[in-house]
Write a protein of this length. Structure first.
Length: 404
């Protein structure tokens, strides 16, 4: 294999390192290997972003392939095509000469074709007495044969990435629509909550979607949008449960009053006692347990809790709850405060609350009092984990950007 400078009518053109690697790759083609030229071309089209080539360059490659007489690329039948620039221009839909040469160079640099120059730089074929081609000078299609599997794999990866992008984009569109409807429904229902702030956060998320987003952009915004949706659903369920509790209390009170009017005088004191007991039971505010957010989101918002898990990591909810017990003692939270939080919020959510407090431990002077305050708010249906987690996620992202 000759490596170095190639003589052309315009002087000596140096061969790049990429071209040397391409020549080494084509020298390793297994004997008898064949591949459908149009399948390789389709794979190259699919992977054009990875290869760093434009559509016009692919049109030139398509034109080159039409000059290869067989559908199967095979080294035994020769892999060099030698059309003139005029012939290539016609089959490439009239592309201009300067543009044609630029895209031929791009195909060479991308490792899809190789130049095989003659002594005078002309493209032609030397034939024997029987008319068979002995040697040809022009462009070798050997890289397509050598890289057929690599191009097929790249095409599959690009297709899979495009599918993942489409699915993520659809999920974000659906979640965005759901949040918009839920906010409108909450305002119409008169549910308790700072819906102005929630709507501002929603608008901030939608405003962060770039004009040409990447899959990473969409995944990050989708996670936060899903957390916001979960937060709104929690608030609406608390609102609905409080309404149900109030209506049940009214119905029970009416039932007791009706029963008392029919009672005898002898039973009146007892009825009053029962009425008082029932009234106290039905008037006590009750709230549905707060929904737990996905563990992955919790760990993303509260990475510090990992250090307290079994073996220095948190792999499931059981690990998180075990870590929370250790953190509770470390932060000086009393067992009774943590037990109250577990009874009101549920064990998983109490563990998440402790993880959030740990993440902000430098800004919280009394962790036990802070947890009791959250528990009281949860009892009144005024607390949800969503805003805390989202605030911590944003803080971690900002810190990561500054560190980068």
């Amino acid at each position: 294999m000759q490596v170095g400078n190639v003589t052309t009518p315009f002087g000596r053109r140096p061969i790049s390192l990429a071209q040397i690697k391409g020549q080494m790759r084509t020298a390793e083609i297994k004997p008898g290997k064949t591949v459908d030229k149009w399948k390789v071309f389709r794979d190259a089209c699919e992977a054009r972003a990875v290869l760093g080539i434009q559509d016009r360059a692919l049109a030139v490659l398509d034109a080159l392939l039409t000059f290869y007489p067989d559908n199967e690329l095979c080294e035994d039948r020769g892999l060099v095509v030698f059309p003139s620039n005029d012939q290539l221009s016609v089959r490439a839909h009239g592309i201009a000469g300067t543009t044609l040469r630029r895209h031929l160079g791009a195909l060479v640099d991308a490792g899809l074709i190789q130049r095989k120059d003659s002594a005078n730089g002309k493209r032609y074929a030397r034939k024997d007495e029987s008319g068979a081609i002995e040697e040809a000078f022009g462009f070798s299609l050997a890289p397509l044969l050598a890289r057929a599997e690599e191009l097929a794999h790249a095409a599959q990866q690009v297709a899979a990435e495009r599918k993942r992008f489409r699915i993520t984009k659809e999920a974000l569109s659906i979640c965005r629509r759901d949040v918009r409807k839920l906010i409108s429904a909450a305002i119409e229902e008169g549910a308790a909550g700072d819906w102005g702030r929630i709507e501002e956060h929603f608008l901030d998320l939608t405003g962060r979607i770039p004009r040409t987003p990447t899959i990473a952009d969409l995944q990050q915004i989708l996670e936060e949008m899903e957390m916001l949706r979960e937060e709104i659903i929690n608030r609406l369920e608390i609102h609905e449960n409080s309404q149900d509790t109030g209506s049940n209390a009214v119905q029970n009170e009416r039932h007791i009053q009706n029963s008392n009017t029919e009672s005898s005088i002898e039973l009146e004191p007892s009825s009053r006692n029962e009425q008082g007991a029932n009234s106290n039971q039905t008037s006590r505010p009750t709230s549905e347990p707060i929904k737990a957010f996905p563990l992955g989101m919790v760990l993303k918002a509260c990475p510090a809790i990992n250090d307290y898990g079994p073996g220095g990591t948190v792999g499931n909810w059981r690990d998180l709850m075990s870590a929370a017990i250790v953190v509770r003692s470390t932060l000086g939270v009393s067992p009774s405060a943590y037990q109250d939080a577990c009874e009101v919020m549920g064990q998983q959510n109490a563990a998440v609350a402790v993880a959030c407090i740990l993440e902000r431990a430098g800004h919280i002077h009394n962790a036990g009092g802070y947890l009791r305050d959250l528990t009281r708010k949860a009892t009144r249906g005024e607390f949800s984990l969503g805003p805390m987690l989202m605030a911590l996620m944003r803080a971690n992202q900002d810190a990561g950007r500054k560190a980068g």
